[in-house]
Ligand binder design. Structure first.
Ligand code: LMR
Length: 339
């Protein structure tokens, strides 16, 4: 008896390590922009994900060194590196493609001011996905998300590869921040806080829905306004604190890894996997919007749509719509011009 128990303990001890569980390890995940400041910690987290069997990393430069480094980590995730012109090879057969590629903001810039620098990333990656892995789930971190996802959608449509259930803008960092700030405010563990964040991923288009917070958030409207503003400007808070050295990288990598893990859990058939993300939306004036989603093997199983909103949230939603609509149109026009 004693021997058996200690054998079990020994087994657990030997198999322990970040992210190691007993689940199947079947999926190929590709990271585009993997040697960047988000790409590296994101790849590190994915190297520890027990649902991943193959991690293919791509960047324009320095990717071999990142792969050599990652490959020494004792998990069974296989790593492969691909340079500049090898994007299609990197993506071949991928189940999930996650894209942190692109330039970050500097203090004083809006996310929209990254449009010129980063829009091409959406075209190039979407084009390669349509050729190498048209059935993959494609998730962007690249800013400005509000325009990047519409660009990718247009390209995929032109290549007959668009399935709105499989294209995502990752807004998980907004939810992560909302949980953290609410947890601090209520003096509860942020891991126990849940609230949807809807809209988009820039300034006032980020809308946390406090009326649906769990545990319930019964506070003065002033507190809600203040926390809403902090969540909307949290990216800028980091950009300013980094003082020219970039934007959020560690928290963004954490959020993106969490989102990819949810996609993989959905793919593996786990029920009730829910995340908010910026996705195709059935509204003619607003064809993209972040809402809570139910994920499955198809990608999005069900878009749960707008949560119930109180008066403040309804007003805030109304105020964000013109900006969001403009960002979407900007992306669509750009893609049509470039194709
Ligand atoms: C963030 O929210 O931190 C990212 O979108 C990066 C940025 O520019 O704010």
């Amino acid at each position: 008896m004693l021997v058996c128990r200690s054998k079990g303990l020994l087994q657990r001890l030997l198999s322990a390590g970040p992210g190691s569980t007993t689940s199947s390890r079947d999926y190929k995940v590709a990271v585009v922009g993997a040697s960047g400041a988000i790409g590296q910690p994101l790849s590190l987290l994915l190297k520890q994900n027990s649902l991943v069997s193959q991690l293919s990393i791509h960047d324009m430069r320095n990717i071999k060194g990142v792969e050599a480094d990652l490959s020494h980590i004792c998990t069974s995730v296989q790593t492969n590196a691909y340079e500049d012109q090898q994007l299609e090879d990197c993506l071949a057969g991928a189940d999930v493609v996650v894209v942190p590629a692109g330039l970050p903001r500097k203090p004083g810039m809006t996310r929209d001011q990254l449009f010129e620098a980063n829009a091409g990333v959406a075209l190039r990656v979407a084009c390669s996905v349509s050729e190498s892995c048209p059935g993959a789930l494609l998730a962007f971190v690249t800013n400005p998300i509000n325009s990047i996802v519409p660009i990718a959608a247009e390209l995929l449509k032109a290549k007959n590869s668009y399935d709105p259930r499989r294209l995502f803008g990752i807004t998980t960092l907004d939810v992560v921040r909302a949980r953290t700030f609410v947890g601090d405010f209520l003096n509860v563990n942020p891991a126990k806080v849940n609230l949807p964040v809807i809209g988009g991923h820039a300034g006032k288009t980020i809308l946390p829905i406090f009326s649906q917070c769990c545990p319930s958030f019964q506070c003065q409207l002033e507190d809600i306004r203040r926390l809403t503003h902090r969540i909307q400007e949290a990216g800028t808070e980091v950009v300013n604190a980094k003082d020219g050295a970039g934007s959020a990288t560690l928290s963004m990598a954490y959020a993106a890894a969490r989102f990819v893990n949810s996609l993989l859990r959905g793919l593996s058939g786990e029920p009730d996997v829910m995340e908010c993300a910026y996705v195709g939306y059935k509204s003619p004036c607003l064809p993209f919007f972040a809402t809570p989603l139910m994920l499955s093997a198809k990608g999005i199983e069900q878009n749960l749509g707008l949560p119930h909103l109180d008066d403040f949230e309804r007003q805030s939603l109304e105020q964000m719509l013109p900006e969001l609509e403009q960002s979407i149109q900007k992306g669509i026009v750009y893609a049509k011009e470039k194709m």
